[in-house]
Design a binder for this molecule. Sequence first.
Ligand SMILES: [Zn+2]
Length: 250
Amino acid sequence: MIINFWGNLPALLRYPFRGLHRVEYELSRQASVKDIVESFGIPHTEVGRLTSNGRDISFSWPGAGADSLDVYPFCPPVDVLTPTLLRPESLAGITFAVDVNVGKLASLLRLAGFDTFYQNYIADPALIEVAGREQRIVLSRDKGLLKRKELVFGYLVREIYPEKQLTEVVHLFGLKELMQPFSRCMRCNGLLQVVAKEQISDRLEPLTKKYYNFFQQCRHCRQIYWPGSHRDKLLSLLSKCHTQNLDTAQ
Ligand SMILES: [Zn+2]
């Protein structure tokens, strides 16, 4: 059988196939197409569409007897809310569960207003369990984690720097119109509410109390936020998500 890997998928292939667009595969045992694709090093979460001899197929399709298999990446914007042949159980909303290897990305997603689960030192099975129970998209740089069969929606983050990772995720899932900056706590993911200065003045440093009059407080952990000098930098970062056009998931 001939397997064609399209778009950016050849870069994910394991040695010695890395970079190849077309490989020959000899089916020596009964294997689902999902197993075949993952045996080449590509987590199932990175596959947006599968066809064989021109027909769309699902992950469970048995590869036996087929002449060709075409494996496509996702095309942004990825719609996780509509059922597809590969993922009949679509999501009800766009929320994330972020792996420890992209922890700073979790803070930035929260800053942009997206519901994001993140815990330091959480074990892989626990992260997958939370993602399944709460219907979250797992973001990680760990291919092994994204190959876990219980996982339905995930994404292998390619960029190294957190700011670029945010742009990458916003672009892939088409989130730029859904951003709600400064609506969510960067520390715990709780929603922020406006709070009167008098109510929290005993917790403010003298200079903060002197120069600022608008405050928000996390409903969950009670962390206080105000528009300090870093706010402009963060807004500038989020505005880049509107203008930058990445081709990481083409
Ligand atoms: Zn909080």
